[in-house]
Every structure is written in C-alpha cells, then in structure tokens.
Design a protein around this ligand. Sequence first.
Ligand code: ADP
Ligand code: MG
Length: 490
Amino acid sequence: MVNDIKVARYTLEGQSGLWETVIGIEVHAQVTSESKLFSGASASYGGSPMSHVSLVDAAMPGMLPVINQQCVRQAIKTGLGLKAQINKFSVFDRKNYFYPDLPQGYQISQFKYPIVGEGEVRVTLKDNSDIRVGIERLHLEQDAGKSFHDIDPESSYIDLNRSGVALMEIVTKPDLRSADEAKAFVTKLRTILRYLETCDGNMEEGSLRADINVSVRKPGDELGTRCEIKNVNSIKFIGMAIDYESRRQIDEIENGNKIIQETRLFDVSNGKTRSMRSKEEAHDYRYFPDPDLLPLNLDDNFISEIAKEIPELPDEKKDRFLRNYGLSSYDADILVSDKKYAEYFEKVTVGRDPKISVNWITGELFSALKRLSIDITNSPVSCDNLGELIDLISEGTLSGRLAKDVFEIMLETQKNPRIIVKEENLSQITDEGSIEKIVDKILGENPDKVSEVREKPKMIGWFVGQVMKESQGKANPSSVNEIIQKKLGL
Ligand code: ADP
Ligand code: MG
C-alpha cells in the first residue's frame, strides 16, 4: 500500500544505512479555454507582447472579474477524470503579494474551499507494477505575466499576455518515492489531461509546470522536513532535481546538519538545486475571500452533464486492450500513452492480428515518425495503408523483408502498398517452378560448395543466401530452403 510508512518502496544508500525519498508534487496545468479565468482576453499561447490584455488583466481601477464558466467546467471535468470529489461549494480568495507581472497586487486563487477534493491516479512503473498516487486537491487560480530582464541593460520589460490565464493547481499527497515514480506520475497525469482535453500538457510552452516537494527519512520513520523545488518544466528535469535534492538532504543530515524548510530552484546548467528563500522569509499571503466574486454553488445537473463528456480514459482503455485484443501490458501501455496512438491502432487492427498490428506501429512506424519528426496525425502511412501492408504479408504476397522495403516506399510516396507492389514488381516469388530455376542455377555454378554441403549440412544457409540474393529478396525463404534440401537429398 502506498501510504504504509513501514514499507519502503525504494531506498537510497547513505553512510548511515538506507534512506527513503518522499515526494509530493504541485502541478500547475493551464486550462484549455479560449479566454482567461476572469476576463474575455485571449488565453492562447504567444501573440505579440501585451496583445492579450483586457482592462481587467491590466488591473485598471474599478474593473470587476467575471468567472469564465468554461474554466469551471474544465476543472470539474479534470476532477472527475482524477476520480476525485467534486466540491459543490467553493470560494475564490485573494492571495496577496507584490509581483510586477501581476498588477492586481494579489492572485485570485482558491484556498480553504477548492473546487475539487481528494482523488487518485494509477501509475504503472517500469517493472510493470502499479502504484496509486493520492490527489489532495485541485483548485483554480490565475497565472501571472512574464518579466524580461535580458532585453535592455537599464530596464525590465513586462508582458501581461499570460496574466489572468486560468490554471488548475493539482496537489498530490506525499505518495511518491523516487525520481522514476515522480516522472511516471507526471507523465500519466499529462496523458489524462490530454485525454480530457482540459490542458494541452505542452511543457515547453509552460502549460504544465511542477513544484516538487522532497524530503528524506529512514524507512519507517515519520515524514522528514521538506524542501520545495519551484517551477520545474520538463519531465527529465523533475527526475534530475529529485535525484540531486534527495542526495543533498541525505548528505546534510549525515553530516550532522538539519534540513531547513525552504524553497529551492533547479539550475538546468549544472543539474543542482539552490536555495531561493527559507520558510521564515515566506510571505503571509493574508488570504481572504474575494469580495468581487460570489462563492461557486454547483448543482448536480451541471456536474452530471459534464460527467457525460468524459471520454474513455487511459486506464480503462488499457484494461479493454488487454481484454479484447490480448495485448501485453507493455504494448497496451505504449498505445494508450497517447490517444492518437490508440485510435490509429484500433483502425489498423480491425480484422487483423492485434500483435502484428502493434509490432508494426510501435516498431517500423514509430521509428520512422521519430526519424522524420512527424506527428502520428500527419503520418505519411495512413492506418488503412498500413493495414493493407499487413494483409499483403499474411496473404503471402510479401515476405517480412520485402514488406519493409514497401514500407519505406510508402513513407516516401504515401501510396497504397498494393499499388507499390505492382509498380515495383515487388511481390514475393512463391511458385516452386521459378524458385527451382534459380536454385538449379546456383547449384550449377558452385559444384565445390555442393560437395562441401553434403559433408556439412549447416552450410545450406550459404545457398539460401545466394538464392535470395539472385531473386532480389523476392523468393520465399522457407520454400527456398525446402527446395535446396530436396535437390541435395539432405
Ligand atoms: P504548502 O501549502 O505549504 O505548499 P502542503 O501541505 O499543501 O503545503 O503540501 C504541499 C505539497 O508538499 C504536497 O504535494 C504534499 O504532498 C507535499 N508534502 C508535504 N509534506 C511533505 C514531506 N514531508 N515530504 C515531501 N513532500 C511533502
Ligand atoms: Mg506549495
């Protein structure tokens, strides 16, 4: 069980024996929505600086926030997708601090009464075991703008395009135990958000960022003092930050020092974390309910309408793939990791062997798409065409080797494989007569090898190779083998 503090799931070695890392994550996920949380300005990424800023976002005096219903729906949808409690009553609070890129002088967030309560995410680890990560809460809040300190030597520049964009802060329980688990969790969460279409999950654009809380303890002890690593924006960096930070804390404690609760930054340039501010310097945010916004009171109908929009999620899809297609858990995990993969697979495999379909998709197709940096939605090999290629193999028209050649041509030309086979005259030679002719030719040209193979039957491989070469790879290898054996009386 995840929360059983007596059993360590993963340990690190220190001078004083074994240690356990404990991790809890706060994810900031940008809500997919046309406009901002409390204004009608565009919430889309990019745009020239200050072009997505309404008077509300610029915090002009007397402006009033108006809640964006779409953002509320998205938060509820996400809560349902995380199997979480939806709170019918929630409140927007002001979190007061000075930030140059949030001109209101406070962030509107939810504190005491978040819109979503406890939930759970199932995460499959590399060794195929599952862990369950508790979700503490999910609340809605505004994002801040962006400051630029590197454009001008004298001044800083501010872009408020992001200011007021809706974020969902998703907070986990301290249920994670290693960098690998944390990486797998964030990956899974991102997949769920993408299935739900409530956040695009693009970490490069800052749509998904994570604050990582790390502490260490001796297995079985109570929780240790944590440090919070702010704003990590790639899965790889999350892993690096945890590995560095847990090692640092172990060294500190083993050297007789105490861990001070503090906020730290992950430095990409050296892979280390460094102190930003300690808890003592932490702000008192003076949270209080925003007097410009009424509490949210949701009715059951509103929630159940949203529940109807929840698609089949990765866990259920995986279970169905295991059940209906008999796939391995490994293959199913790859396919459901992106719903576009799963869709592609389900189209290819209609009337075909699921295992062969997966192998072509996760093998040839994925490596080609990666090589060409193409998304599967723009694949030059359509699912129908890949399906027909698989048919050509099972009908015996193409050998595995020829099929790979045809696949390469499909990539280049986007053509149907049957057309390619015809145009390039690529079909496999299966009729015995034609193969016999080639075998006779090769045997005739190599009398010395013929006497050798009679002594050493293993040498037959050499003949098969020659015949295959002569046929430009088109002969069916098992027929070739049979015919040679027959001719030589082996
Ligand atoms: P705060 O609001 O001060 O950030 P929370 O109690 O909300 O504090 O916790 C924030 C995050 O820190 C949560 O994800 C939680 O799981 C995690 N966390 C709490 N205690 C620990 C600990 N001792 N070690 C690691 N993570 C922790
Ligand atoms: Mg925090």
